[in-house]
Design a protein around this ligand. Structure first.
Ligand code: UT7
Length: 352
């Protein structure tokens, strides 16, 4: 019997602190009007001093494990998709998550495919499950973009935010779950979205720090063009590979980078925006966290229901891209109970 990979748990975490466009207006030469009309972003969450990629990843992971009703010791593999890890080179953030949540039997590694990371992580989870190597795989997208932003560069810092989302992927014999995935890369565009310093090409030095080489640099227009041509193609390929047509698709959850990119993708696929999920207005671009964060909210809002076919699509640094089709297989009552539990825990954390 073929093994399928099904999402059985989901969770998210965002920092407490919200920074609105109006807050940014006070810090730099920008405006709510510019940010809103060019990107659709109204506000984003920014990590406080006690928050980091690890703390956000752990919160999202705990929620996902709780929703799946699984003991941490049953997890076989943890993949943390991030380009803003807890430490520069090692240890991996995934190993730290493994320790904090008590996943005593799990292997762990970080996966860096920038904003496409979560799609890559899902594809790896599906591959290892269908090869019967692992049964329970935790895939987390977690970023603290704010620590890699040049807060004097208005062309980048207004776009991004911090957050995490996680899913538990489990082996099942039922033919549901992750139905297909496609992954792609074009490294010739690597410099279009890049952190020039801090790697082996340009190790950290006084000069590199003074030249602000450790921050995200982006040629926005070029990345925009890349996204609006590549994402529709990847989505079409993933739907075809799953043996489906657009009529079968209930919801598309794209990477939340810019509402104009999302609208353009929807337009070229002739998809009404009612079948596309967006929350970029409240979180900005959270890179590898954006798709799982959006998936969690879509599930919590009842936009994804048992039997629904959902397309996830990401793009970003590398350049890289990916799309996946999933069939959601969790009954509404189970979702409702998990959402109520998560809300109780959130209230308890705020009061504590
Ligand atoms: O996760 C994947 C990675 N990233 C992306 O998907 C981003 C893709 N790119 C984009 O979303 C868009 O290109 C941006 C939102 C980054 C920029 O929008 P745009 O319509 O391409 O604007 P632009 O870069 O052409 O800039 C237009 C003007 C410029 O002024 P001039 O040269 O026309 O006088 C900029 O200096 O807007 C100016 N500008 C700003 N003005 C106010 C740039 N940033 C700001 C700002 N506030 N924050």
């Amino acid at each position: 019997m073929a093994l399928h990979a099904q999402i059985t748990g989901w969770g998210k975490a965002v920092p407490q602190r919200t920074i609105t466009n109006f807050d940014l207006e006070k810090l730099m030469d920008t405006s709510d009007e510019w940010i809103r009309t060019r990107t659709g972003i109204a506000e984003r969450r920014i990590a406080g001093p006690d928050e980091s990629t690890l703390t956000l990843a752990v919160r999202a992971a705990r929620e996902a494990i709780e929703a799946a009703d699984l003991a941490p010791a049953q997890i076989d593999l943890i993949i943390v998709c991030t380009f803003s890890p807890e430490f520069g080179g090692m240890p991996s953030t995934a190993s730290l998550v493994q320790d904090v949540i008590g996943a005593t039997r799990a292997g762990a590694f970080d996966l860096n495919a920038a904003c496409s990371g979560f799609i890559y992580g899902l594809a790896m989870a599906q591959a290892t499950i269908s090869a019967a190597m692992h049964q329970n795989v935790l895939v987390i997208g977690a970023e603290t973009m704010s620590r890699w932003l040049d807060w004097t560069d208005r062309t980048t810092c207004v776009l991004f935010g911090d957050g995490a989302g996680a899913v538990l992927v489990q082996a099942t014999e039922r033919p549901a779950g992750i139905l297909s995935s496609v992954l792609g890369s074009d490294g010739s565009g690597g410099r279009l979205l890049c952190i020039p310093g801090g790697g082996s090409r340009q190790p950290a030095s006084i000069d590199s720090v003074q030249a602000a080489q450790h921050f995200i640099r982006m040629k926005g227009k070029e990345v925009y063009k890349f996204a609006v041509t590549t994402v529709p193609r990847a989505i079409r390929q993933a739907i075809g590979k799953a043996g489906l047509t657009f009529d079968d698709v209930d919801l598309v959850i794209p990477h939340q980078a810019n509402i104009r990119i999302i609208q353009s993708v929807a337009e070229s696929l002739r998809l009404p925006m009612a079948r596309v999920f967006t929350n970029v207005d409240r979180y900005g671009n959270t890179s590898a966290a954006s798709i799982p964060l959006a998936l969690c909210e879509a599930v919590e809002q009842g936009r994804v229901r048992e039997g629904d076919k959902v397309v996830l699509a990401g793009f970003g640094g590398g350049l890289s891209w990916g799309a996946a089709v999933i069939e959601w297989a969790i009954p509404v009552e189970t979702v409702a109970a998990a959402v109520a539990g998560a809300k109780r825990r959130e209230r308890a954390t705020v009061t504590a």
